[in-house]
Design a binder for this molecule. Structure first.
Ligand code: 13P
Length: 255
């Protein structure tokens, strides 16, 4: 799947059960008509995935994913979802290493690598999230942190699998805070990601990996972020919960 056209992705986090999911798509699919020059993705809660799949059954232009998986195929892991189960339920993509997984739930670089490996083994697309905290940025370590997070994972991805990898740069200090990285700052960090990808896979394959920006993306700042060279799309939290607002963000991409 060629994903390096603008990717507009909504991460619903722990919001919207099945009933709200159905209501959201009734409005969103009215406001957003299929366009083949961009890819629209939603990451609902696992318990709302079936409702989302049903609501988007006539809209193959809208892809669905899950927010997290376990790296094991099955077993006694109460509360967890395997990649195979997510795929069976209709997920095409998986978020891995979201900052809330790392910082709220203590997920390590090593666990993130195991999850990416499991996602690729299961035939799905891994959306690997990276990003520094405000303390790390103030200490001048932003680039080093993102390089470390990428270095922990890229070696487990083979050249044949790289077309099923997406990277999302999400500075932790910009998530849910209303503070957004300036387009220039985002562009600089996207170049760091791009260089790491080129080093791992070669320039051509590395260049084909979409690098998304996430962190307080809103209808009124999406266009300028998406205009920044190297920003191939956005991963949107809060502003993806409103059908009209997210449709406006999807329309903001230059295409
Ligand atoms: P906000 O858009 O709410 O800042 O969240 C960003 C995010 O975490 C997307 O994964």
């Amino acid at each position: 799947m060629a994903l390096r056209k603008p990717v507009l992705a909504g991460n619903w986090k722990m919001t919207k059960g099945p009933t709200e999911t159905v209501g959201f798509f009734a409005d969103f699919l009215n406001a957003w008509m299929p366009r083949d020059d961009r890819t629209v993705v939603f990451f609902p809660s696992d318990v709302s995935l079936a409702a989302a799949l049903d609501a988007t059954a006539d809209r193959p232009d809208v892809l669905l994913g899950v927010q997290n998986v376990h790296w094991e195929r099955s077993g006694a892991f109460t509360g967890e979802t395997s990649v195979g189960m997510a795929a069976d339920a209709g997920a095409k993509l998986v978020l891995v290493g979201h900052s809330e997984r790392r910082h709220v739930f203590g997920e390590t670089d090593g666990e993130t690598a195991k999850k990416v490996r499991a996602v690729l083994d299961g035939g799905l697309i891994a959306v690997l999230c990276v990003g520094e905290t405000i303390g790390e940025r103030r200490a001048g370590d932003a680039e080093a942190v993102v390089r470390r997070q990428l270095a922990a994972v890229l070696p487990v991805v083979s050249a044949q699998e790289v077309e099923r990898l997406v990277v999302a740069y999400e500075p932790v200090w910009a998530i849910g805070t209303g503070e957004t990285a300036s387009p220039a700052d985002a562009g600089a960090m996207h170049r760091v990601c791009r260089d790491a990808l080129a080093q791992a896979f070669g320039r051509e394959a590395g260049d084909a990996v979409p690098v998304l920006y996430g962190g307080s993306v809103k209808p009124d700042n999406a266009a300028e972020l998406l205009r920044e060279p190297g920003v191939d799309g956005v991963l949107v939290g809060g502003a993806s919960l409103d059908p009209a607002g997210f449709a406006a963000i999807c329309g903001a991409a230059a295409g």
